[in-house]
Design a protein around this ligand. Structure first.
Ligand code: NAD
Length: 356
């Protein structure tokens, strides 16, 4: 297992360090893991005047999986756009062909109070949003602004999905549902959009190869409502780039704790980039207070989706549950009666809890 480790900026290096400790422990216990580190984002700019230095890209291309912290910071906000940290992220996603974005929204029982929704609605929530990442209205051509016949300006974008783009993301979706609760809800706007009519047709065709998965369809406006009304009805939600962008943020906020949620972006060969959903949190960087659990849980996703090491994935996730049960909390998820710990201490506690 060749892993490229890209800590990035802000809290990135602190939280990635904890995830690396977890991987080193798995390695000592028998998994053949090789890790190599390289700069990305602002750190890439500092090292090579490029948010995705050539050497970093080469390392990521040669690796089976990439572990990323986060990029960005006020120091880089005034750089010209191609030099900005987030360009490093956009470019690496494109270069690796990462078209499938997996964002779980999982609420540990111990943290049910962190949600803004009633505990009974969200306690035990465990859903997976699968968002297509490289097509749709965000990339469709033509796009632009033009003058209309009556002389006013008009903005336009093109929403489109080809059959093959829909098929490959649907196949990933059914595959994930098979590893989870065997239910897949495809979200579209087929009552209004032709793109969505084709989306629905192709998803139904792909479903024939997965007779064990229960398929349902939902319009995106209803899905947005159902996510806050009764989110536990979902297992896997499959959707396009724009709807997924919005629904995955909504779903992650059901859990109330940005420091807890991992993500994965996969290509056709199951190579993946794994990262927490949060940013580089410059407001708390370098103070040993950031929550490293989202990054640690990203390594569990890596074990499951790139390496097929389900046992290792469960081992990491169980260790995280155990430290939460022990009452350890970083500042972002702390409540009275719990033991407040720093980033390093939380990382050490997870490593210690990996024993079983
Ligand atoms: P952010 O996610 O970095 O922070 C939002 C809030 O959540 C802050 O108060 C922060 O302290 C807190 N927070 C985030 N992660 C935390 C953690 N692990 N533990 C405890 N608290 C945590 O979002 P932002 O403030 O909008 O952006 C800051 C920088 O991050 C910007 O430069 C932005 O461009 C970048 N960013 C990067 C990514 C990425 O690398 N994928 C994603 C989003 C934002």
């Amino acid at each position: 297992m060749k892993i490229a480790v890209l800590p990035g900026d802000g809290i990135g290096p602190e939280i990635v360090r904890q995830a690396v400790k977890v991987l080193k422990r798995l390695s000592r216990d028998g998994l053949k893991i090789e890790m190599e580190e390289a700069p990305i984002g602002g750190a890439g700019y500092d090292a090579a005047q490029d948010p995705l230095p050539q050497k970093t890209l080469a390392l990521a291309q040669a690796a089976d999986a990439v572990l990323l912290g986060a990029v960005g910071g006020p120091k880089y906000d005034t750089l010209p756009r191609p030099m900005r940290p987030e360009q490093g992220l956009l470019r690496i996603r494109k270069e690796l062909g990462l078209f499938a974005n997996l964002r779980p929204a999982l609420l540990y029982e111990e943290l049910a109070n962190a949600s803004s929704l009633k505990t009974e609605i969200v306690a035990g929530l465990d859903i997976m949003i699968l968002r297509e990442l490289t097509g749709d209205i965000y990339f469709g051509q033509p796009r632009g602004t033009r003058k209309t016949d009556n002389g006013e300006r008009e903005g336009f974008d093109t929403m489109k999905y080809s059959e093959s783009e829909i098929r490959r993301i649907a196949q990933v979706g059914f595959g994930i549902a098979r590893k989870r609760g065997r239910k897949l809800c495809s979200v579209d706007k087929a009552n209004v959009l032709d793109t969505s009519i084709l989306w629905r047709e192709v998803v139904i065709e792909v479903a024939k190869d997965y007779p064990d998965i229960e398929l349902s369809h939902m319009y995106v406006d209803n899905a947005a409502m159902q996510l806050v009304r009764a989110p536990k009805q979902f297992d896997v939600i499959l959707t396009g780039n724009m709807f997924g962008d919005i629904l995955s943020d909504e779903a992650s906020m059901l859990t109330g704790s940005i420091g807890m949620l991992p993500s994965a972006s996969l290509n056709a060969a199951n190579k993946g980039l794994y990262e927490p959903i949060h940013g580089s949190a410059p407001d708390i960087a370098g103070r040993n207070v950031a929550n490293p659990l989202a990054t640690i849980l990203s390594t569990a996703m890596m074990m499951r989706y790139t390496f097929g090491e389900e046992a290792a994935a469960v081992r990491i996730e169980s260790a995280v549950k155990r430290v939460l049960k022990q009452g350890l909390r970083t500042a972002d998820i702390h409540e009275s009666g719990m033991k407040k710990v720093g980033t390093e201490e939380m990382g050490e506690a997870v490593v210690a809890a990996l024993h079983a």
